[in-house]
Ligand binder design. Structure first.
Ligand code: NAP
Ligand code: ZN
Length: 350
């Protein structure tokens, strides 16, 4: 076992404090990673504040991890000391169920081991649950460690490990590309990366943001159109316009209004995970054969494909690098939608 420094929160309304945590002994297939950067995802906030219930404290969030390999177990073949690597939302799955065999580990039937807040009684993790990337070091089994291509900085790559794959996966699944009208609701951490990726895939991209305050940025990221959803006319103008609408909003939305923006056979994909359930009428789905679906991050092979795609297209996240003692303030700013567009913790400050 080795010690690492980390930032942990001990209660739903607690503040982050520096702590020392234990990382497991390197097993034959384990990789020890010196964390360089850890992104702050809105899911970290939902979890740290127990908004989804079920948070075990102390909680060390962080599932957008970029760093360098510091040591490898005796049988590791995929990574070497010094490699640029990343870890996303998952650090384990059963490996033999149908989704795992299909490379969709995030849908493992026997339970995903999430990067933080998953009970791992067999491991000697402090408190018996996984602890995430707001930390100087992590130990992860090699098959859940991604390679970060040269050409993307580790700082702007970190958010791709969650925000990037969470958008890339549904964009691929629902065939975003030339001739497809794609709308992205919410241009925050997830949304802004989604705009870049969807545009790089060749789709015609519209941002549906609550105001026009970020329009100039949206167009720089590749959006072709940009509308404010607080303007009632937006919903009249855009009725029946989109093949695919991706909802990244972390709060409750009047989802029926957005469903009506779909073309015949269009799909609205739920990515944002508010505390409250959606409320919709069956007739809204029946009309125009609309679909309401969801998507959860993406599998390990697709995460590597996403990183390679982003490197090839020069895509990284737009970030604001902070020191670890600024995490609480950063959380408040994310909740207030005051982030351009992802906070990333410089792990050397932990
Ligand atoms: P974020 O950076 O806070 O972005 C969310 C965006 O939603 C904001 O920038 C804002 O965009 C919009 N928004 C926020 N509050 C709103 C409100 N009250 N009304 C209307 N719009 C509002 O969060 P994120 O990190 O991108 O995460 C977004 C959500 O996705 C969270 O719920 C997170 O837990 C979830 N998530 C899901 C997955 C998955 O696999 N499905 C993965 C990661 C995260 P505008 O200013 O442009 O309106
Ligand atoms: Zn996330």
């Amino acid at each position: 076992m080795s010690n690492a420094a980390a930032y942990a929160v001990s209660a739903p309304d607690g503040r982050f404090e520096k702590v020392t945590i234990e990382r497991r002994e390197l097993g034959p297939h384990d990789v020890l990673i010196d964390v360089k950067y850890a992104g702050i995802c809105h899911s970290d906030i939902h979890t740290a504040r127990n908004e989804w219930r079920g948070t075990t404290y102390p909680c060390v969030p962080g599932h957008e991890i970029a760093g360098l390999v510091a040591a490898v177990g005796s049988e590791v073949t995929r990574h070497q000391v010094g490699d640029r690597v990343g870890v996303g939302c998952m650090v384990g799955s059963c490996g033999h169920c149908e989704p795992c065999l299909a490379g969709e580990q995030q849908y493992c039937l026997n339970g995903v081991v999430w990067t933080y807040n998953t009970a791992v009684p067999e491991e000697q993790q402090a408190g018996g649950h996984t602890l995430g990337g707001y930390s100087t070091q992590v130990v992860v089994t090699e098959s859940f460690v991604l390679s970060i291509p040269e050409g993307i900085g580790l700082d702007v790559a970190a958010p791709l490990l969650c925000a990037g794959i969470t958008l890339f996966s549904p964009l691929r699944h629902w065939n975003a590309g030339p001739g497809k009208q794609v709308a992205i609701i919410g241009m925050g951490g997830l949304g802004h990366v989604g705009v870049k990726i969807a545009a790089a895939m060749g789709a015609e991209v519209t941002v549906l943001s609550h105001s026009l305050s970020k329009e100039e940025d949206g167009r720089k990221f590749g959006a072709h159109h940009y509308y404010a959803t607080k303007d009632r006319d937006t919903f009249k103008k855009l009725r029946g316009s989109f093949d695919l609408i991706i909802n990244t909003v972390s709060a409750e939305l009047p989802i029926e209004q957005y469903l009506r923006l779909l073309k015949l056979d269009g799909s609205l994909v739920a990515l944002g995970l508010p505390e409250t359930p959606y409320s919709i009428n069956a007739s809204t789905l029946a009309g125009f054969r609309r679909s309401l679906s969801g998507s959860m991050i993406g599998g390990i092979p697709q995460t590597q494909e996403m990183l390679d795609f982003c490197a090839a297209h020069g895509i990284g996240a737009e970030i604001e690098v902070i020191s670890a003692d600024q995490i609480d303030a950063a959380y408040d700013r994310v909740v207030a939608s005051d982030v351009r567009y992802r906070f990333v913790i410089d792990a050397s400050t932990i």
